[in-house]
Design a protein around this ligand. Structure first.
Ligand code: HEM
Length: 224
């Protein structure tokens, strides 16, 4: 038996893609019930819990697709990057994904708001770095050598941006649930905030789906 390590990376890359799209499907359908004012609060929170669990697929995939994809790109010679930088990206990504799982499993820990802020700021740094690398490569021909990968990196940066936008919408949900707890007119307003946010979130989620599917198309078909 002989196993090509490169093909193992491709396999992991595909698996991460599957969990991203599959997990998003779960998030999309649970969200509808979280926002449903006809359901009891208990039921809505149960769906919120399901939503957060499903969301770990896309969260994990978003982070790990980068080191795995970078390693693949390095091996097939379409991204000129030193093994040292590849190693640093691996190390940081593994710490980042572990931190995300830790936050998911320890939601009530007092350090969570601080970690969430770091996680969010990291994304704000990553988007211009990835998009900048892609645009620089389109302009000068490197370090990303192939146009399909240059565009794919732009799409990936766009997907991270959409994720950040969706986080902003989730903050609206927290505000809405706070108002529902107050009862009366405030509860009505809270439900409206959540419902309006759901419409915007679902539009963004569909766009995100399209972006992820497009990134996969570019990686598989390599049209240019
Ligand atoms: C939204 C994020 C991404 C998705 C959904 C995605 C998905 C995919 C899929 C499905 C393939 C086809 C695998 C096959 O050959 O069967 C692929 C190929 C590839 N991806 Fe990604 N990818 C993403 C991000 C990245 C990133 C960030 C990089 C690099 C930094 C990358 C590098 C590559 C490379 C080099 C290939 C070509 C593999 C080959 O031809 O053997 N991907 N991608």
């Amino acid at each position: 038996m002989s196993i090509d390590p490169y093909l193992v990376l491709v396999y992991v890359h595909i698996l991460l893609f599957v969990y991203w799209l599959g997990g998003d499907l779960g998030v999309f359908f649970s969200a509808k019930y979280v926002a449903d004012r006809k359901l009891s609060m208990d039921e809505r929170f149960r769906f919120l819990h399901l939503l957060m669990n499903c969301d770990m697929g896309p969260r994990t995939a978003l982070i790990l697709l980068l080191p795995v994809g970078l390693e693949m790109a390095r091996i097939i010679g379409v991204f000129e990057v030193s093994p040292a930088i590849g190693g640093i990206v691996w190390l940081l990504s593994l710490i980042w994904v572990a931190a995300n799982w830790w936050m998911h499993l320890n939601e009530r820990h007092p350090i969570i708001p601080k970690l969430r802020a770091i996680d969010q700021n990291l994304r704000y740094v990553l988007i211009p770095v990835i998009a900048g690398t892609a645009i620089y490569s389109i302009a000068t021909g490197g370090p990303v050598l192939m146009p399909w990968l240059q565009v794919k990196l732009l799409v990936y940066a766009f997907a991270i941006s959409l994720g950040l936008y969706l986080r902003g919408e989730i903050k609206q949900w927290i505000v809405g649930f706070g108002m529902i707890r107050q009862g009366g007119d405030a509860a009505d307003k809270g439900n409206t905030i959540i419902e309006e946010s759901l419409v915007r979130s679902q539009r963004a989620a569909l766009l995100l789906w399209f972006a992820v599917a497009l990134a996969a198309f570019l990686g598989k078909v390599k049209p240019f």
